[in-house]
Design a protein around this ligand. Structure first.
Ligand code: ADP
Ligand code: MG
Length: 412
């Protein structure tokens, strides 16, 4: 019998890769905006029509590309971000697989205009279904503009699978929020069918949260700030009484990359303990910073699932950091920050047992009988009363003093 194994054409291979990476218009926005971030842009504009089904345009003022680079960027496994396998363990960029542009160009009609600041002319390339249709010099601003039209035009089954405009737009907004939250230093805009949804200037992280998700966050966020030799934890968590019955304002980032992490989510819920009203989810915007050698980003096609070397240790540190944050908000007077500087978090030793942080508390003190200004609270009218009954549970398990520990700076 004749041999039957053959190597797939690039176009087919690209479509297969696209099947994993580009699930819907929102995935295109994620990939293109991440490229703009990696290109050092400080201004990014996202323009969509019909929830991205007819047009997705991403305009940036980043480093742009030379003509050769622009042409090469559509090849599979073509990237400027890594060179060899050792680089896989030092990734600070959003992309590194050189897969996105090849994938997008295999399932849509793509046009790119790009120019490096130092070049006089830019480059225009049109590519559809992996076929280059046009490549020529063009006058354009420094930076890069990608236009992606008619997504899945050549895969009818995939196109039919797209949901209604409002559902696809929701996915786009969610993806946009993740990118905008991770980069409050970047001006970023989102337009849909000529309507401006977001127009955000550079701002603090807290301002960005409020502008993206609602001004009520101006008054309901508790900052986190914990640094250990393994990881730094920063960002904000919502006050327990503001927790919602619906899910959706939970954001974890590692090295400024959004990630899903059900196990760390459990750490958050665990840390709030009985402070949370039943069946509610707290909002959180938690940023983990860690040496990239301790994480593996390469376990999931869209890079939203990330493996950490020592998830157990980080789980405990998250709990300690959140409890400390909540403690400062709810029961600050009972913490003696002058003693030994501040709260203690154990030094990380990857092979040894993990000590729990030590917090000095006055077990007799009940902050809820008197508020911060010294006024008596009414136990009946105050909805925090049942929180008061539970506040001690914050410190369960934090009893044994660590053998060796680092004092955390109290930055608040
Ligand atoms: P990756 O981001 O994994 O490297 P992509 O397929 O997304 O792969 O992009 C391929 C290459 O094209 C990038 O490595 C980068 O050098 C270049 N590139 C893509 N988008 C931009 C952009 N907006 N500005 C400058 N260069 C870009
Ligand atoms: Mg990329």
């Amino acid at each position: 019998m004749a041999d039957i194994v053959r190597v797939l054409t690039d176009a087919v291979a690209n479509q297969i890769a696209a099947g994993e990476v580009i699930l819907r218009p929102a995935s295109v926005i994620k990939e293109l905006a991440e490229n703009s971030v990696d290109a050092g842009s400080d201004r990014i504009q996202v323009i969509v029509k019909d929830a991205g089904k007819s047009l997705i345009q991403v305009v940036d003022n980043g480093c742009g590309m030379s003509e050769n680079d622009a042409r090469l960027s559509f090849e599979r496994h073509a990237t400027s971000k890594i060179r060899d396998t050792t680089d896989l363990f030092a990734i600070r960029t959003m992309g590194f697989r050189g897969e996105a542009l090849a994938s997008i160009a295999s399932i849509a009609q793509v046009e790119i205009k790009t120019r490096k600041l130092e070049d006089e002319m830019g480059t225009l390339i049109r590519i559809s279904g992996s076929e280059i249709e046009l490549q020529e010099p063009v006058g354009c601003n420094p930076g890069t503009t990608f236009s992606v039209k008619n997504l899945f035009y050549n895969i009818p089954a995939r196109r039919r699978f797209l949901k209604t405009t409002s559902t696809e737009l929701k996915h786009i907004i969610t993806e946009f929020q993740r990118i905008a939250l991770a980069h409050p230093e970047i001006s970023i805009r989102l337009n849909h069918n000529q309507t401006e949804i977001y127009n955000l200037s550079p701002e603090t992280r807290k301002e960005r949260i409020a502008h993206l998700l609602g001004n009520h966050f101006n008054h309901s966020l508790v900052p986190l700030d914990t640094k250990t030799s393994l990881i730094s934890i920063s960002g904000y968590i919502g006050k327990p009484e503001k927790a919602k019955k619906t899910y959706g304002e939970q954001f974890f980032f590692v090295n400024n990359r959004f990630m899903r992490h059900p196990y760390f989510h459990r750490a958050v819920i665990n840390a709030y303990g009985s402070l949370l009203p039943p069946d509610t989810f707290p909002s959180y915007f938690i940023f983990l910073d860690i040496d990239p050698e301790h994480i593996d980003i390469n376990i999931h096609p869209t890079k939203t699932e990330i493996k950490f070397d020592d998830e157990g240790a980080i789980f405990q540190m998250l709990i300690a950091s959140i409890k400390e944050g909540l403690g400062r908000f709810n029961i600050t007077p009972s913490l003696d920050f002058n003693q030994d500087g501040a709260i203690e978090i154990p030094i990380f030793r990857s092979n040894g047992p993990l000590d729990m942080p030590e917090i000095q508390i006055d077990p007799e003190y009940n902050p809820f009988t008197t508020d911060m200004r010294g006024h008596e609270r009414s136990p009946v009218s105050d909805h925090r009363t049942n929180i008061a009954q539970n506040w001690e549970s914050l410190y369960e398990g934090i009893k044994n003093p660590p053998s060796e520990s680092i004092a955390l700076e109290n930055k608040e």
